[in-house]
Design a binder for this molecule. Structure first.
Ligand SMILES: [Fe+2]
Length: 207
């Protein structure tokens, strides 16, 4: 079982009612339990249908190489959804306040590249509000070592080998409308309020 699918089969890494008021129990359960499950089920069908996909990681699938031509678009769609949602949910912590801020190294990186945590939050919100359609806003560590904020439509993913995705904020309406209405900037603030900076640091420093 490839790792991304295993992530969803293990269940949420925190109780679904512990992110409120950022995200309510019902919206988390629908998001993770129904939407992610649908992508997982679709990918399992494709893996069962095409032997070449059976052990291929989601990351490998997302390179777009050696995919069955007939279903390549659908496979990329579901693989992109699984990739983005794993990054999203594995970035959240049920203990807001327990680890609310990045530690020194990452704090210095944010300070150097963006100015401050508040400025980072503002810029993420600005990109979120400016998005056309739905998708994700990513914070990436670029090849130069600088932080990069970039949005991706739908389930497109940043798969450039030299960029490290640090977290992504889900800006599909299913992720935030129930809790925050038509306010993507509030979804950004909500996400940051339950973001595990420890998870982010691991993606930079524990590679
Ligand atoms: Fe989502």
């Amino acid at each position: 079982m490839p790792e991304t699918e295993s992530f969803f089969l293990r269940g949420l890494p925190f109780p679904s009612d512990t992110l409120s008021p950022a995200f309510g129990c019902g919206s988390i359960e629908a998001h993770y339990g129904q939407i992610c499950r649908a992508h997982l089920d679709a990918m399992r069908i494709f893996r069962a249908s095409y032997a070449e996909l059976s052990s291929m990681s989601v990351r490998r699938i997302l390179t777009g190489r050696a995919l069955p031509r007939r279903d390549a678009d659908a496979i990329l769609w579901h693989a992109g959804a699984l990739y983005a949602h794993e990054l999203y949910f594995s970035s959240l912590t049920a203990t807001p306040g327990g680890y609310p801020h990045p530690r020194r190294e990452l704090a210095e990186l944010i300070s150097h590249d963006v100015g401050s945590f508040a400025e980072l939050a503002y810029r993420l919100g600005e990109v979120a509000v400016g998005m056309r359609g739905v998708g994700f806003v990513y914070l990436l560590l670029g090849a130069s070592g600088r932080l990069v904020i970039r949005s991706y439509r739908d389930y497109d993913c940043p798969m450039l080998a030299k960029e490290t995705p640090l977290f992504c904020i889900d800006l599909w309406e299913h992720a935030y409308y129930t809790d925050h209405g038509a306010h993507p900037e509030r979804a950004v603030d909500a996400f940051l309020s339950v973001l595990s900076w420890r998870a982010v640091e691991k993606r930079i420093y524990d590679k």
